[in-house]
Design a protein around this ligand. Structure first.
Ligand code: AMP
Length: 334
């Protein structure tokens, strides 16, 4: 495996690789979820390249850029073992040289809602760095995780809008055995927070189960998921209330059923329906998502609530409370 630190080094190494070439962009601190993207790339492509770059422009003020986990030696070892041929690990001044003045902005609701509302300018940072990585690596296929579903939709959008010559492939979320979506930022969770963190995915599963019922609308999905997040163990007796109040509690940022291409909230379930959620445990913000798609023609537009867009912020309760501020200091988004 060649580790290239500069753009000329990367281009020289990549030129030698047999095609098709897959690219897996990462911010390092690798886990099995990242490596599942490499496996997906290996299954489709003759050669696989990866990038490791903690991109400063996608972190907001007060977010965790400085404390973001970094372990270059371990990342290199894991990528080599996984069969990556070239890893591009640029410095910030390679990617943003003096005088850098270009932005890549996907307009409208897709970038302004949900993650975009909580993290203004985040997606501009993502769009510019992905565009640059595509320019440097020139892969045939780009592999991104479905976990970051809004990011995936945004990259698909600008690749289409700008006619960039790359195919974008979404890879399913890899989870810990208890269901928590793998994330480099899970290391921020305290043991108590880590113990309740899988409740977010359990809530999404409850939403998806409700969506599978005949005649279900998006609102049914949101209500079931919200209820499961609020009361993961069902109604509480008086002892359990004290215990629950003493433990870590989710602060729900959003929980909604959206069209996975546009991120417009949906009323009726359809073939592109996705349940998306973000919730904070202490200063760590978890995001997760699950498909709640129903086959075309199966949507239940006859349901009374079917055309009401469904999303929620949850009132204060035992395990969840509404998030108060958009993004406090040293925040961490998984
Ligand atoms: P990051 O290093 O967090 O920027 O992630 C790099 C890529 O890995 C992105 O496309 C993510 O969506 C993807 N990814 C992160 N976590 C997972 C996971 N648990 N399963 C699958 N893909 C993931």
């Amino acid at each position: 495996m060649i580790a290239a630190r500069t753009i000329p080094e990367a281009r020289a190494a990549l030129r030698e690789l047999p095609r098709p070439l897959g690219l897996v962009p990462t911010m390092g601190a690798l886990h099995a979820g990242h490596l599942s993207l490499v496996q997906a790339a290996k299954a489709d492509c003759t050669s696989v390249a990866a990038s490791v770059f903690v991109n400063p422009t996608q972190f907001g003020r007060g977010e965790d850029f400085d404390m973001y986990p970094r372990d270059e030696a371990r990342d290199l070892r894991l990528l080599e073992e996984a069969g990556v041929a070239v890893v591009f690990m640029p410095t910030a001044d390679q990617m943003y040289p003096e005088g850098f003045a270009t932005s890549v902005h996907v307009g409208g609701r897709l970038t302004e809602s949900f993650e975009g509302a909580s993290r203004p300018s985040h997606f501009d940072g993502v769009a510019v760095i992905v565009t640059k990585l595509l320019g440097v690596v020139a892969p045939d296929v780009l592999y991104l995780g479905e976990k970051d579903a809004q990011q995936l939709a945004i990259v698909r959008r600008f690749v289409r809008d700008l006619d960039l010559p790359v195919e974008v492939t979404g890879v399913p979320t890899l989870r810990e055995p208890d269901g928590l979506a793998m994330s480099s930022r899970n290391v921020y969770l305290t043991p108590e927070q880590r113990a309740v963190a899988p409740d977010l995915y359990r809530a999404l599963l409850a939403g998806a189960a409700a969506g599978g019922a005949p005649g279900a609308a998006a609102k049914d999905v949101v209500v079931a998921a919200t209820s499961a997040l609020l009361l993961p163990d069902g109604p509480l007796d008086s002892d359990a209330v004290d215990e629950a109040l003493a433990g870590p509690r989710f602060e729900l940022d959003y929980l909604a059923v959206v069209d996975e291409d546009t991120f417009v909230p949906e009323g009726a379930l359809g073939p592109r329906s996705r349940l998306v959620a973000a919730a904070r445990l202490g200063s760590t913000r978890l995001i997760d998502t699950i498909s709640v798609a129903v086959p075309a023609g199966d949507d239940c537009t006859d349901s009374p609530s079917a055309n009401v867009p469904s999303s929620t912020s949850v009132p204060s309760s035992t395990n969840a409370s509404p998030s108060s501020s958009a993004y406090p200091a040293k925040d961490a988004t998984a």
